[in-house]
Design a protein around this ligand. Sequence first.
Ligand SMILES: [Zn+2]
Length: 94
Amino acid sequence: MIHNLVEQHVVTAYDQLKGHFPGFCGCEVCRSDVLVYALNRLPARYVASVEGKVVTELNLDKDQTRVTIEIHVMEGFRKVTLSPRCGRAARPPK
Ligand SMILES: [Zn+2]
C-alpha cells in the first residue's frame, strides 16, 4: 500500500479548522473540494507501508510543514464557502 502522508495531515487540518468557517456547507462534495484544493497545492510525500505498518520516517509534524498545510486548507475553505459546487447557496454576509 502506498500512502500520501500529506493527505493524512490535510484531513486532520480539515477536521480541526472546519469550526472556524460557520458558513461552510460541509457536505461530501464540499469536503472533497477543500481537500483537493489543498492537496493540489502541496507536494505529495509518499510512503510505502509494509504488512499494514506505515513507515513514517518523514517528519511532517514540523511546525513549518503544518502551518503550510493549514494555510492551503483554510484557503480551500474560503473558496468553497464562497461558491460551493453542491448547489447550496452561499450564506449571505452578516
Ligand atoms: Zn456542499
